[in-house]
Design a protein around this ligand. Structure first.
Ligand code: GGG
Length: 327
């Protein structure tokens, strides 16, 4: 394998967890890294949070490893996802032996529509008093997303998925989303259950074992995945993949955590697991498996960062994962 991977640490702890994940990636795969910048710090320096050379590196690369953004999220991660046409964000949440979890039976995947909804960026300040936000839902994007969800369920040997929505309030937009996803599921013979997203938040907190795959609009996916992170031990454990037809951007679900940035104690697990998803996307399934096994072993009896009750640094956790990779 000699693919090109664009690397964007972003801001805050992105500068700690991304180098940690690169150490692991470098140990299992022969990839060429192209290091570029985006986010608050580069915006402060140059006035542009997403320089043209970064965008070019991402669209030229086979895949991108991304860290985290802060204030400039809307100007960085949304256009980056758009640049690689990543129409779905895959966010798995599961528990690990040895890690305290609020809900130990959690083992689910959130598939988040990644291009529309309230994250489409259509906001206006109409007057000193009035601001508006347009929620965009199209049948074409919902259909493409639903086809991915059906393929995901089929290729993982699952029966179906649960659609999270609020079509009793957002009748037109979530009405179109739910009707389209249901239509595609029926065409494909995939079971499609559904639940109001607010009620689902309660079901998730109390009985997450009832869900395997949750299919949802953009904002709901962002919020429900943070909730799922809380069930399994925290945001330091949740990876994600922004998947497009040809390219992908792989990033931890967490943000730039300014409260601990610079201390070297951020949990690199989510970013290392995102790197495993990147490897899988590039077809390096065995390397991805090795990384996951090494992460699980480290979580079971290796060093831990303070968010998991330990005293280890980011680099110590990364080194332990590298040590547990096969020779
Ligand atoms: N690595 C994820 C990250 O930077 N999160 C910050 C954030 O605001 N994300 C919004 C999103 O995932 O749509």
């Amino acid at each position: 394998m000699s693919e090109t991977v664009a690397v964007i640490p972003g801001d805050g702890i992105g500068h700690e967890v991304v180098p940690a994940a690169l150490e692991v990636l470098d140990s299992v795969a022969d990839v060429e890294f192209v290091h570029v910048e985006a986010g608050d710090a580069v915006a402060e320096r140059t006035g542009d949070p997403l320089p043209a050379e970064t965008l070019e590196a991402v669209t030229d690369a086979d895949a991108t490893l991304f860290g985290a953004t802060g204030e400039t999220s809307a100007d960085v991660i949304l256009p980056l996802r758009d640049a690689v046409d990543s129409f779905v964000n895959v966010r798995p949440a599961r528990t690990y032996p040895g890690v305290d979890a609020v809900q130990p039976e959690t083992d689910l995947v959130i598939l988040r529509e990644n291009t529309e909804g309230v994250y489409a960026g259509i906001e206006n300040r109409l007057s000193a008093d009035v601001s508006t936000l347009t929620r965009l839902v199209t049948q074409s994007a919902s259909r493409r997303f639903a086809e991915f969800a059906c393929e995901y369920v089929e290729s993982n040997g699952l029966d179906g998925f649960t659609i999270a929505h609020k079509n009793n309030v957002m009748r037109v937009t979530d009405g179109l989303f739910v009707d389209t996803v249901r239509e595609v599921a029926a065409e494909r013979g995939v079971d499609a259950d559904d639940a109001y997203m607010d009620a689902m938040a309660t079901h998730l907190a109390m009985d997450p074992g009832q869900y395997d795959v949750i299919v949802c609009p953009n904002l709901a996916g962002d919020m429900l995945s943070d909730l799922a992170a809380g069930l399994v031990g925290g945001l330091g454990l949740l990876p994600s993949a922004n998947v497009g037809a040809e390219r992908g951007i792989f990033e931890p679900v967490h943000g730039c955590a300014p409260d601990i940035a610079g201390e070297g104690i951020a949990n690199p697990t989510a970013t290392i697991l995102s790197a495993a998803m990147l490897l899988e996307f590039l077809g390096a399934d065995a390397a991805a498996r090795d990384v996951r096994t090494a992460v699980e072993s480290t979580l079971a009896d290796g060093p831990r960062t303070p968010d998991l009750g330990g005293t280890a640094t980011t680099d110590e956790v990364a080194a332990a994962v590298v040590d547990r990779l096969p020779e």
